[in-house]
Design a protein around this ligand. Structure first.
Ligand SMILES: *Cc1c(COP(=O)(O)O)cnc(C)c1O
Length: 408
């Protein structure tokens, strides 16, 4: 019999887990739904399926208003929102809580929009009283829209959207409110109509559990009317025909993303008709709390280990940004991928990639098609890595995470 004593086991063999915040884990059902020949795009099953799918697309954002879909990623739907909302020279107020808010601002600026950024840093929520004051000072109502992220995936800060709406109302300002829900839709509670949001953008590859390649812009009737004359709008990006097509091709301004649509149909069935949005929000809440509990315990034994967002009220339920001190975050990510089959997210926007400090940040995604054993497994893999790499850490993290899940 061969001896195994001199072999180094490869403990990553088995099903890998991509725990970066997008693309997220794709359910086999979604992948299987896409595995088929090219469908007829003029008549039959595909157009019928899409017509029936639009009410579900509205439902996932909790709106009864309009939705336009694009063959696009998240960056593209920022531009779609910009193009429909603004004319050249219109003013936008961007409230940034991390890299993604800043990037939306940059895209708007490059398109000729007069962008003002209020940057709340990398680990603090929006200060609503400062926003209220700023809007009050805009007596002429020059600011046409306020743009922000529901969850900034880089910092994992979650914005209290109802509080933002309340601040805008308290200032008596009529600006439209546009929210990036790319990381949060289908994970964190979000109610577009109840919360008074005018524009919501999202993409297929995160909470919607479908491969990257489809983007969505939901818009209110108020936004549709207010933005009718926007001169940045070009035929491809115009939201009107996509939201109310008279022929099937107009949903996409061309050929439909055929296979993505079969995948998305399956994902929406799982989200809306099987688990249900409220159950999904509750599942993400528990998984997030398990991750936070583990970090708190690890950090008790090593002050370099900490969550990026101090107050749980302002934390995403879909992704957790944390610091471990450089270079331990990079060492740990490399170890969990190589030795445990778990790929964690890089730190984004927390330090420049050529700064040694960059290696002190990482993110754990708990987004979309993720369950208790996946999150507990990712946390256990991280702890094994800390042991292997001699990274000091407090004890009891796995017990603390299991307590959260066991008592949910
Ligand atoms: C992922 C993400 C984006 C960018 O999406 P891409 O598809 O990579 O262009 C934008 N905003 C947020 C909040 C995100 O999480």
């Amino acid at each position: 019999m061969a001896s195994t004593s001199n072999t180094t086991p490869d403990l990553s063999r088995g099903r890998p887990y991509l725990a970066i915040p997008g693309p997220s884990v794709m359910p086999d059902r979604v992948l299987n739904a896409m595995h088929r020949g090219a469908p007829n795009i003029y008549a039959g099953a595909l157009p019928d399926m899409v017509a029936a799918m639009w009410p579900d697309l509205r439902a996932v954002a909790c709106t009864s208003q309009h939705v336009a879909a694009y063959i696009a990623n998240g960056h593209a739907v920022w531009e779609a929102a910009n193009a429909n909302l603004f004319s050249r020279g219109d003013r936008a107020l961007v409230l940034a809580t991390g890299r993604f808010g800043l990037s939306w601002a940059e895209s708007a600026k490059a398109m000729g929009i007069d962008v003002e950024v209020m940057d709340f840093g990398k680990s603090s929520p929006i200060d609503m009283s400062r926003v209220e004051d700023r809007l009050r000072a805009d007596g002429e109502g020059r600011i046409k829209a306020v743009l922000t992220t529901h969850v900034d995936t880089a910092s994992s800060i979650r914005t209290d959207v109802p509080a933002l709406r309340a601040a805008m109302d308290a200032a008596g300002h009529g600006a439209l409110l546009a929210v990036d829900c790319i990381a949060s839709l289908g994970c964190d509670e979000y109610r577009m109509d109840d919360w008074g949001v005018d524009v919501t953008v999202a993409a297929s590859q995160k909470g919607l559990m479908t491969p990257p390649g489809m983007g969505f812009v939901w818009f209110s009737e108020r936004a549709r009317q207010r933005c009718e004359g926007s001169d940045l709008r070009t035929p491809y990006w115009a939201w009107g025909p996509r939201a109310e097509p008279s022929e099937f091709w107009q949903y996409w301004d061309g050929t439909a993303p055929t296979h993505h649509l079969f995948g998305l149909r399956e994902a929406l069935t799982m989200i809306l008709h099987e688990e249900g949005l409220e159950n999904i929000w509750a599942r993400h809440e528990v998984l997030a709390r398990a991750v936070w509990a583990a970090f708190d315990a690890w950090g008790a034994g090593n002050p370099r280990i900490a969550l990026n967002v101090a107050d749980p009220a302002h934390r995403s339920r879909a992704v957790t940004a944390a610091r471990l001190g450089a270079p331990d975050a990079t060492r740990l990510r490399d170890w969990t991928e190589r030795q445990a089959g778990v790929t964690l997210g890089i730190g984004l926007g927390m330090a420049a990639p050529d700064d040694p400090a960059w290696h002190g940040f990482l993110r754990v995604a708990h987004m979309g098609h993720v369950n208790a054993h996946m999150t507990l497994g990712a946390l256990a893999a991280m702890e094994a890595g800390m042991i292997a790499l001699d990274i000091p850490h407090g004890s009891g993290a796995l017990r603390a995470a299991a307590e959260v899940i066991g008592r949910a």
